[in-house]
Write a protein that binds this ligand. Structure first.
Ligand code: ATP
Length: 237
């Protein structure tokens, strides 16, 4: 049986006069990887920001495990088990890798658990472990992306929101990052993945949604979307 972990109902978001999202309906089931694809400016990042409460819905509901998120603070949303790895990574470049990871655990007080999780993430991302005392700004783009994902994991999320993890990275690093995404999912983390690399995203996800100018236009099983003529023409090149 499929159990929704996240339901977005009739969501509209405005930035002043700009209507960024119109009447979005989306479901993410427990254990899935769901991808949201679409052109630049379609509203993908805004959807993730609405879930993590970084922007306010104008209309609509965001429901996580049966609980409305609309009026919660971003902090509370993290406590409930949602972590957001934002576009552009937003790591603290003048802090070490270790400090970045410790800050990712800011909602936790179990020091031993935090230490153990950091070591566990260093097994997943050995290059971060080797450079643990280096300033994060000295990492390559791919390593910074790994750090952004590891930092998000430090809050022990059940639902991980990933915004453009492949952006600007070389193919080999992108492959590594997507292999980690699959591994995290097999370990039980549900993932909502925003990606401009639609082919890779649909090859990785269970289901997908296409966002066009703030509206969801196509949705379905990822393998079927890969063969959908409209998706192929517009997004798969
Ligand atoms: P990209 O891949 O380029 O980031 P996106 O699909 O993630 O695109 P959003 O960043 O969600 O799109 O933007 C959706 C729309 O909202 C765009 O028209 C964008 O210009 C607008 N927008 C986004 N953030 C703001 C903001 N802070 N103030 C005003 N308009 C904004």
């Amino acid at each position: 049986m499929t159990t929704p972990i996240l339901e977005i109902k009739n969501l509209s978001v405005k930035y002043g006069a700009i209507q960024a999202l119109t009447d979005i309906n989306l479901v993410v089931n427990q254990g899935e990887i769901v991808t949201l694809i679409g052109a630049n400016g379609a509203g993908k990042s805004t959807t993730l920001k609405a879930i993590s409460r970084l922007v306010n819905p104008h209309i609509g509901q965001i429901i996580y495990n049966g609980q409305q998120l609309n009026h919660l603070t971003p902090d509370r949303v993290v406590h409930l088990g949602i972590a957001h790895s934002p576009e552009g990574r937003r790591i603290l470049t003048r802090q070490t890798i270790l400090t970045n990871l410790e800050l990712g655990a800011y909602i936790r007080s179990d020091r031993l658990g935090i230490k153990a999780d950091i070591e566990r993430h260093f097994l997943t991302f050995p290059r971060l472990g080797e450079r643990r005392n280096q300033l994060a700004g000295t990492l390559s783009g791919g390593e910074q992306q790994m750090l952004a994902i590891a930092r998000a994991l430090m809050s022990r999320p059940k639902l991980l929101l990933l915004d453009e993890p492949s952006l600007g990275l070389a193919p080999q690093i992108v492959r590594e990052i997507f292999s980690v995404i699959r591994q995290l999912n097999s370990e039980g983390v549900t993932i909502l993945l925003v990606e401009q690399n639609a082919t890779l995203a649909l090859q990785t996800a269970n289901r997908g949604y296409v966002l066009e100018a703030g509206e969801l236009t196509i949705s379905g099983v990822a393998s079927e979307l890969l063969n959908d003529e409209r998706v192929r023409k517009a997004y798969l090149g």
